[in-house]
Design a protein around this ligand. Structure first.
Ligand SMILES: Cc1ncc(COP(=O)(O)O)c(C=O)c1O
Length: 382
């Protein structure tokens, strides 16, 4: 840090330089985030200093958080769900598993290292969780359609299994696991079932096709859903919902020197700005608004696939949501060439290997046209 500060103008120049080096979303087809909605940005700025870690000072923001939790509980078919706003899917997943582990450990006097059965398609946050919480991660294999294999899940469960994770919108393929069946398995073994709907939570309820993935299924005990992805809120906005208040309660920590005496959260200081932003955009758009946005994303997804037919490029699976995986030869090289020659940001899928595109609200038909032209060139050149 300099001894004396810089002028506002100097700072602004530095910031402008940094901002110019950032990519804009105009050529980004790899991200599950997008431009937040204008109304979310305004609310975020208005509540910038609000700290939900000490919400006794920010009662108004806290009320907004309670309303967000209630609205999402309602959307996901359990209005009484308890929970709180996290920094995103990773934190929601950590806390869901931490709660399972605590409740599992309470059942026995002697220490048992519990295991958690997750689909092979689970987000890498679960690898972090295994490390942080010292739990064994058992990865269940996938069927050809890239949904988790029920047979594999069943074969991995034993007396030390505390729960199962299901994915409602996998990061790589946007696939939804057979959660109805997983719910039955969880009930049968009396274990937890956490649904990672970080991406799909704001998509599935607004699609024409019905997918059972939420608290409607009685075995589902917790859900992660991210407003900072398809919810069009600002970063950092995640939400964790529990069916049973006991699941939240066991995360309690005493906070003697704050205005409130307990915290249930992983982080201490928390963004009230993200809470206000999420409240604002959800109430501005309503279900009708999200339905429209999801329908537009799906129209563009179909448009992209139609154009791919002309290039003889097939999807690896028929997209369930606005995540597309494409069967192209030498996907790594294609990705690299798209970036270097045409400035496109796309990502890849691991298994099966392919090109991955997320058709977020910032993706336009013109972007798709231009991308397909460039992809054609790349495919001809390799
Ligand atoms: C299914 C799923 N879960 C969890 C996460 C992690 O979310 P975050 O990066 O907000 O922590 C992601 C991120 O893409 C995801 O797709």
């Amino acid at each position: 840090m300099n001894e004396t500060g810089l002028s506002e103008e100097e700072i602004q120049n530095i910031l402008n330089y940094a901002k110019n080096r950032d990519l804009t979303y105009e050529r980004v087809l790899s991200s599950m985030c997008t431009y937040p909605h204008k109304i979310a940005v305004q609310a975020h700025i208005q509540f910038m200093e609000s700290n939900m870690g000490d919400f006794g000072l920010f009662r108004g923001t806290y009320d907004l958080e309670r309303k967000v939790i209630r609205a999402l509980g309602d959307l996901l078919h359990y209005q009484e769900a308890s929970g709180y706003m996290t920094t995103g899917g990773t934190e929601s997943n950590i806390q869901a598993v931490r709660s399972m582990r605590n409740l599992f450990n309470k059942k026995s006097d002697k220490y048992i290292r519990p295991n958690l059965v997750v689909p092979d398609s689970a987000h890498f946050s679960f690898d972090k969780i295994s490390d942080i919480l010292n739990i064994e991660l058992r990865k269940a294999s996938l069927e050809d359609d890239l949904k988790v294999s029920i047979r594999s899940v069943n074969s991995l469960i034993d007396e030390n299994t505390m729960g199962i994770v299901a994915i409602a919108g996998s990061t790589e393929f946007g696939q939804v696991d057979p959660i109805e069946k997983l719910s039955i398995i969880a009930l049968k073994h009396n274990i937890f079932l956490h649904v990672d709907a970080a991406f799909g939570g704001y998509v599935l309820p607004f699609l024409e096709d019905i997918h059972e993935f939420d608290f409607n299924l009685s075995g589902v005990t917790s859900i992660a859903i991210d407003p900072h992805k398809m919810g069009l809120s600002t970063i950092p906005s995640g939400v964790l919902l529990f069916r049973n208040p006991e699941q939240l309660e066991n995360l309690k920590a005493d906070t003697p020197y704050l205005t409130v005496s307990t915290q249930y959260t992983l982080t201490g200081t928390r963004s009230g700005a993200a809470v206000a932003a999420t409240y604002a955009v959800m109430n501005f758009l309503g279900k009708e608004g999200y339905r429209k946005i999801v329908a537009q994303c799906m129209d563009k997804t179909k448009y992209l696939l139609k154009k791919m037919e002309h290039l003889n490029v097939e999807p690896l699976i028929e997209p369930v949501m606005n995540v597309v995986s494409l069967d192209v030869p030498s996907a790594d090289l294609v990705r690299e060439k798209l970036a270097i020659d045409f400035n496109w940001q796309v990502s890849i899928t691991q298994n099966p290997h392919g090109l991955r595109l997320v058709i977020m609200p910032h993706v336009t038909f013109e972007m798709i046209d231009s991308f397909v032209d460039d992809l054609e060139q790349v495919l001809l050149s390799i």
